[in-house]
Design a protein around this ligand. Structure first.
Ligand code: OAD
Ligand code: ZN
Length: 251
């Protein structure tokens, strides 16, 4: 493993454009459950078809709203962990650094990352399904169990990409462009099974990016990767950062 760390640091020393493509696993050490991969994971306890699609919302908006309130409450009580914080620190060395995340938990921005592309939306944002007015979660009573209504009378939904919905167009096309010009893409804490998001690192690879995975287990993307570092993101990323800064400071 030490050898791989050194190879990764060597690649970083010779790179300009680096990208972090992240999934739920990067927030696991903050205390946010992942969607798959353990008995506590979200989709092993809840059914996405009842909670994470537009028809479910129209059938039972209060239930869907309440579920997202429950998740918002968990997320508002957790903090970014050393993995999010390390990525934010890398910006000092790589001004072009981009974070392309599937997460809706806002933890990258809270950790200080400034160039964040949220492929699946953000749980702190909401919008009216009728007139598209945006609302912050702080505009609502977190304790209320019923879905709020817009001034126009329309139902307000979380700004999250549900199953069957398209990804935000600008964010997705910009992410593709960034991946295609990347020197390195770190793939962190994602099972790599949800498309089209999972195309992002593959497009990067096709255009010459090195792919470095950090995960506690192999994923559907491991075969594309140049290196897979097995372990927790919050432990591995700080080690890479430490080794990298030691070497940069020597130059
Ligand atoms: P998953 O829950 O599918 O995968 C989480 C990954 O994180 C797994 O591969 C775990 O092995 C890994 N993991 C867990 N703890 C880790 C740690 N401490 N360090 C590193 N890796 C760790 O999450 P995603 O791939 O993000 O969609 O799921 C993709 C999408 O499916 C989500 O964005 C969500 C979901 O339905 C929407 O919300 C629209
Ligand atoms: Zn409205």
């Amino acid at each position: 493993m030490k050898d791989t760390f050194l190879k990764v640091v060597n690649l970083l020393m010779n790179s300009k454009n680096i990208v972090f493509f992240t999934g739920a696993g990067i927030s696991a050490e903050s205390g946010v459950a992942t969607f798959r991969g353990s008995d506590d994971s979200i989709w092993s306890k809840f059914k996405p078809e009842e909670l994470a699609n537009f028809n479910a919302f129209m059938r039972n908006p209060d239930l869907v709203w309440e579920w997202y309130q429950y998740r918002r409450e968990i997320i508002s009580n957790v903090k970014p962990n050393p993995a999010h914080i390390t990525i934010a620190k890398f910006e000092q060395y790589f001004p072009n650094l981009a974070v392309i995340t599937q997460n809706v938990d806002n933890l990258h921005k809270r950790a200080g990352s400034t160039n964040v592309f949220e492929l699946h939306g953000n749980i702190e944002r909401n919008y009216c399904i009728q007139c598209h007015t945006y609302y912050n979660t702080s505009d609502f009573d977190l304790k209320s169990k019923s879905v709020p209504k817009c001034k126009c009378g329309g139902l307000i939904r979380p700004d999250i990409v549900w199953f069957g919905e398209a990804l935000p167009e600008y964010t997705f096309s910009k992410s593709k462009e960034i991946a295609e010009t990347a020197d390195i893409i770190f793939i962190i804490g994602t099972s790599g099974v949800v498309y089209p998001a999972a195309y992002i690192p593959v497009w990067g690879k096709q255009n010459g990016a090195k792919l470095i995975e950090i995960n506690i287990t192999y994923s559907e993307l491991s075969n594309y990767c140049d290196f897979t570092l097995l372990g927790k993101a919050g432990e591995i990323l700080p080690v890479i950062f430490e080794l990298f800064t030691q070497n940069v400071d020597k130059v």
